[in-house]
Design a protein around this ligand. Structure first.
Ligand code: ISE
Length: 347
């Protein structure tokens, strides 16, 4: 793969997610190569460079842009750094795939949307990779087709094996449930009307400032109710699962896609250990679609506006962590720039 030069991608951030994307672009994505690694930490940059022979190294996005080292940018830094990286990229009018969240709060997300509107074109695709997962896409098609009747409820499960370092209470929403806050409207075609959080019995394995698991109730303007069990210390593996309740049927997305082995009087099922393996196909499809769309001068997935909506939903979800009852949301109307689908394949 990658024998042709193709789209030159600058990857900003060479932590776990950045390194994962660099390996993906180098070995599994066609029509693109990593031309620049933008990472101030010398050790990380060197480790990442070993994955992408020929890539130049830069300490800042400005240096990479000044050198004309990339045709497109993939941002894989922590969310609080996104706005300051997105601004010069938008000014340079380069296509950008920005890992979730677009930014950590609605105010900064709106500033990014306004900067993109000033540029007059959709340059930003947000990395909500679940929209590219074949199983979620099948479920979305089933919901839209209505062959099992109207969708009534969704039961969702989102379990991490253990907290990442520095994981704080509000990250239950902004880092983890943000996926469901993007996915549920996309999956069902409804808009979020309210969010409520209830607490389960506290997991004693959580760090002492963290109270989890939580149950998040997402109410849509269509009447559909989605509940999400969010746990971040289940120890045994990484799981996402879904059960969709229709008028005349129930559809399930199982957390396992690996081998089931019956042996020695028992059943052994392999668990995923991380979202990078559970969603590896989705990430491949997402990055490939973005690369292909960049070649056509467009994006192929969730837009900056979707990122802003998710930030608004997260802000309500964070409030719901501390208040009793539902927190209501009044999402703004979609501006003209974001009103139409970008291309027929847009998920
Ligand atoms: C992590 O940051 C991700 O984005 C994963 O997809 C999610 O499942 C996990 O809960 C987050 O911590």
């Amino acid at each position: 793969m990658n024998s042709t030069p193709g789209l030159r991608i600058g990857v900003v951030g060479a932590g776990a997610m950045g390194a994962d994307h660099i390996a993906r672009i180098t070995t599994r994505v066609g029509g693109a190569r990593v031309s620049a690694i933008i990472e101030p930490d010398a050790l990380r940059a060197a480790a990442a460079a070993a994955l992408a022979p020929g890539a130049s190294r830069f300490g800042t996005i400005e240096e990479a842009l000044d050198a004309g080292a990339a045709d497109a940018i993939l941002i894989a830094t922590p969310g609080p750094l996104h706005e300051s990286i997105l601004r010069p990229v938008l000014q340079a009018r380069l296509p950008v795939l920005c890992e979730k969240p677009l930014t950590p709060d609605p105010e900064s997300a709106l500033r990014v949307v306004e900067a993109e509107q000033a540029a007059g074109e959709r340059l930003i695709q947000v990395g909500f990779m679940r929209r590219f997962d074949p199983q979620y896409r099948q479920l979305r098609t089933l919901i839209a087709a209505g062959t099992a009747g109207e969708l009534l409820m969704l039961h969702l499960v989102h379990r991490n094996p253990s907290e990442s370092p520095g994981y704080a209470q509000e990250m239950l929403i902004t880092d983890s449930v943000v996926h469901e806050l993007d996915m549920v409207p996309w999956l069902t075609g409804g808009r979020i009307r309210s969010i409520e959080v209830r607490y389960g019995k506290r997991n004693s394995l959580a760090n002492e400032s963290l109270r989890e698991p939580i149950l998040v109730l997402i109410e849509l303007d269509t009447g559909v109710l989605a509940d999400v069990e969010m746990s971040v210390n289940v120890q045994f593996g990484y799981q996402v699962a879904a059960e969709a309740v229709f008028e005349r049927g129930v559809a399930r997305l199982d957390p396992h896609d690996g081998l089931q082995l019956r042996q020695d009087g028992g059943l052994r099922v392999a668990e995923h250990r991380s979202f990078t393996t559970r969603f590896s196909d989705a990430y491949d499809l997402e990055v490939q679609a973005w690369v292909d769309a960049a070649g056509r001068g467009t994006i192929a997935g969730p837009s900056a506006w979707d990122g802003y909506q998710a930030a608004l939903s997260c802000a309500a979800g964070v409030r719901a962590l501390t208040v009793a009852g539902p927190v209501h949301l009044d999402l703004p109307e979609t501006p003209v720039l974001y009103a139409s689908a970008v291309s027929p394949e847009t998920p």
